[in-house]
Write a protein that binds this ligand. Structure first.
Ligand SMILES: [Zn+2]
Ligand SMILES: [Zn+2]
Length: 284
């Protein structure tokens, strides 16, 4: 395995080299700001013992907080997709949060339809509404990930791995989740999606300018692929998201070859989002 690493992309370098990423970088920036507010960290479920860890959990949040965050996110999205302006007023913050956590596209489309909001831009932006909470949960639950978890879906939030790291001098293969930051071990020469270890069925695709340091590892048995990035250490969640964006050319090349990644989440989550009672003035 190659141990060559490339400079980690930053918001500034990506904005400079790829003006077309501007809208997405703005969304990532507002997600990072929101994740730093205490409301989401305060809403980490006390017990998270499902498989994945958040399966069956309840997110209890002030509806005013959820609606304000949805409005802020969609306002930033509206800079690139003006039809999203004022969409938040027609959508229920708690319901949208629940659909985003589940990555339930059918439900997102139905909710968009019912509110007469165009489904396509909403489908692109809405999943991010779940990220601040998932990111707080990921930071808290990371040390509870079972060491023997051997799937392509995140052991914390159930999403399909965003990318893999070939990490450190020993080039350990670690799968990473761009929603919650999940970080788990995977075997080399085994497809994490279908489990095949028939080497003849595994295939690779290297970046035009980045070579082995940034590549896509695909599987002819199930058709799926995961991007692999050579890194020195564990990338913080913000960097995982930037690396995913910086390597979008590999996704385009993989799709052009007819490779496919499964949609939605890899393991059912069934997280319920419920309203937290607002404190009355006499309870302060
Ligand atoms: Zn995750
Ligand atoms: Zn496979």
């Amino acid at each position: 395995m190659s141990t060559t690493t490339l400079a980690t992309p930053t918001v500034e370098s990506l904005a400079r080299e790829h003006p077309e990423f501007g809208g997405w970088l703005d969304l990532l920036s507002v997600v990072a700001d929101e994740a730093a507010t205490s409301a989401w960290a305060d809403a980490i479920p006390a017990s998270a013992t499902g498989v994945p860890l958040l399966a069956g959990a309840t997110l209890t949040i002030d509806p005013v907080v959820a609606s304000a965050w949805l409005r802020r996110l969609l306002d930033v999205g509206a800079r690139s997709a003006p039809v999203l302006a004022s969409a938040a007023e027609k959508l229920d913050g708690l319901v949208m949060l629940e659909a985003a956590i589940a990555l339930d596209t059918t439900r997102i489309d139905a909710l968009a339809d019912a509110a007469r909001v165009p489904a396509e831009p909403l489908r692109a932006v809405l999943p991010l509404v779940a990220w601040p909470w998932l990111q707080c949960c990921g930071a808290r639950l990371g040390n509870r990930v079972p060491a023997d978890h051997a799937h392509a879906w995140c052991p914390i939030c159930g999403a399909w791995a965003t990318l893999a790291e070939a990490r450190g001098l020993e080039s350990a293969r670690r799968l990473r989740c761009g929603r919650c930051g999940g970080d788990w071990r995977a075997a080399w020469l085994r497809c994490p999606f279908c489990g095949t270890d028939e080497h003849a069925r595994l295939r690779g695709l290297v970046g035009e300018t980045t070579g082995e340091a940034r590549r896509a590892d695909g599987c002819a048995a199930c058709g799926a692929w995961v991007k692999t990035i050579t890194t020195l250490g564990a990338s913080p969640i913000g960097e995982v998201r930037l690396l995913d964006l910086a390597t979008v050319d590999l996704d385009v090349a993989a799709l052009a070859r007819g490779w496919k990644r499964p949609g939605g989440v890899g393991a059912a989550l069934d997280v319920h989002v419920v309203a937290r009672e607002r404190r009355r003035w006499w309870q302060r």
